[in-house]
Design a protein around this ligand. Structure first.
Ligand SMILES: Cc1ncc(COP(=O)(O)O)c(C=O)c1O
Length: 415
């Protein structure tokens, strides 16, 4: 168990919310930030800050060095080359960059097939669907045939014959909490360009990109204790070298004339404009902080919390839990209490018990439609309540959540 020494790094955990101690269970949306990471960012601004890559003066050199040190940390974290680590503003920007650049380079052409799943976050859904309308490629959707939104391996097999050019898939659903078997997907689509949305995966899983042999892996700092506005796009060098940049402007050029432009080397050719320098510096520190805890320990802790919570939630009559109820379920639990709208539940949990949870469609509207069809609730509210755990959560947090839900159920007089 990770417990109290870690909690001391998060002063906000000792706040009271509406007279109760804060129970923060909205980690899938964004995690809290520990003191060492805040201090690193603050120290950077107070003692070193300047723009990067552009000047010869000391502060600029120090800032550049600190930013590039973060790139080294991220590269070694993923077992990638430094040139393969592009800093973006987050997962959404990374996916938009990949889609647009693949199109501009004609990797993706009219009538090509792109395979995504129906459980994707909109960040890995909307860019494909919208841009297919302008560029004529076809988007196919793997629909979950398993328990309430659960993707089964055979659901992917059906698409083998279609020979998708691109497979873009979440590594971990932000709604059902299901961890997806990326090795299996790679094995059935060996020829496809494989893009993994790691926004919910990387916070608890250290991935060796070479071993997994993914072509692109994207994730966000703010979902793993790091700052907002910074994310990583890992791409295989062989693609990045030839891909057209998505954004044009400063820092990504080599030579500019009245008639044309040549680009900087990778990764810089994909980093137009002034980056989130302090965020990137903080992201490097974030990886070190998490590695110091240990990714195995983090995953085990989240597993323990998930199964403790699942067991307790299952005992509440009228509570419908989505996704698998086995070891594929990790860190995120979505549910509905029959007869209580998820917004009401979330609101009362905060107001009466100090418990922060998320309610709504979780940027996964297509999945909500599927859950609605399969739900046994009297009325499916087109959304769910979602709790999600991270390093500082405890069994006691879950006890407070469960007691809160039981009380709210009584107040609503739900049978
Ligand atoms: C699975 C998944 N993909 C993508 C995103 C988008 O991440 P960001 O808002 O950091 O760009 C999220 C955020 O919730 C997510 O859960």
């Amino acid at each position: 168990m990770l417990l109290s020494s870690i909690r001391n790094d998060f002063p906000v955990l000792f706040r009271t919310i509406n007279g109760n101690r804060l129970v923060y269970l909205d980690n899938a949306a964004s995690t809290l930030k520990p003191k060492p990471i805040i201090e690193k960012i603050s120290d950077f601004y107070l003692k070193h800050y300047s723009n990067v890559h552009r000047a010869v003066h000391t502060l600029s050199s120090e800032s550049t060095e600190m930013m590039e040190e973060s790139r080294n940390i991220l590269a070694s974290f993923l077992n990638a080359k430094k040139e393969e680590i592009i800093f973006t503003s987050g997962t959404t920007m990374s996916i938009n960059l990949i889609v647009e650049s693949l199109i501009r380079n004609c990797f993706l052409k009219e009538n090509d097939v792109v395979l995504i799943s129906a459980v994707e976050h909109h960040a890995n859904f909307v860019p494909w669907v919208r841009l297919s309308k302008f560029h004529g490629f076809n988007v196919e959707f793997v629909k979950p045939s398993g328990r309430l939104g659960t993707l089964e391996e055979q659901d992917f097999l059906k698409f083998k014959e279609l020979k998708p050019k691109v497979v873009s898939i979440t590594g971990h659903s932000n709604v059902t909490g299901q961890e997806i078997n990326i090795e299996y997907i790679k094995s059935i689509f060996p020829e496809a360009i494989l893009i993994v949305d790691g926004a919910q995966l990387i916070p608890h899983k250290k991935i060796d990109v070479k071993k997994l042999n993914v072509d692109f892996l994207v994730f966000s700092g703010h979902k793993m204790l790091g700052p907002t506005g910074v994310g990583v796009l890992y791409g295989k060098e062989k693609y990045l070298e030839v891909m057209e940049p998505f954004l044009y402007g400063g820092e990504m050029i080599d030579r500019v004339s009245f008639s044309d432009v040549t680009f900087n080397d990778i990764p810089y050719k994909f980093e137009a404009g002034t980056p989130n320098i302090a965020g990137i510096v903080g992201f490097g520190k974030t990886i070190k902080y998490l590695e110091n805890i240990g990714f195995i320990e983090i995953k085990n802790h989240i597993y323990d919390l998930t199964f403790y919570a699942l067991e307790k939630l299952k005992e509440i009559d009228g509570l419908e839990i989505y996704g698998p109820l086995d070891e594929r379920h990790l860190g995120i639990i979505s549910f509905n209490l029959d007869g209580v709208h998820p917004h009401d539940l979330a609101h009362l949990l905060d107001e009466k018990f100090g418990v922060a949870v998320r309610s709504g469609h979780h940027c996964a509207q297509p999945l909500m439609g599927i859950l609605k069809n399969e739900s046994k609730l009297s009325v499916f509210p087109n959304g769910t309540c979602r709790v999600s755990f991270y390093v500082y959560n405890t069994n006691e947090d879950i006890d407070i959540l469960v007691e809160g839900i039981k009380k709210i159920k009584e107040w609503f007089n739900v049978q």
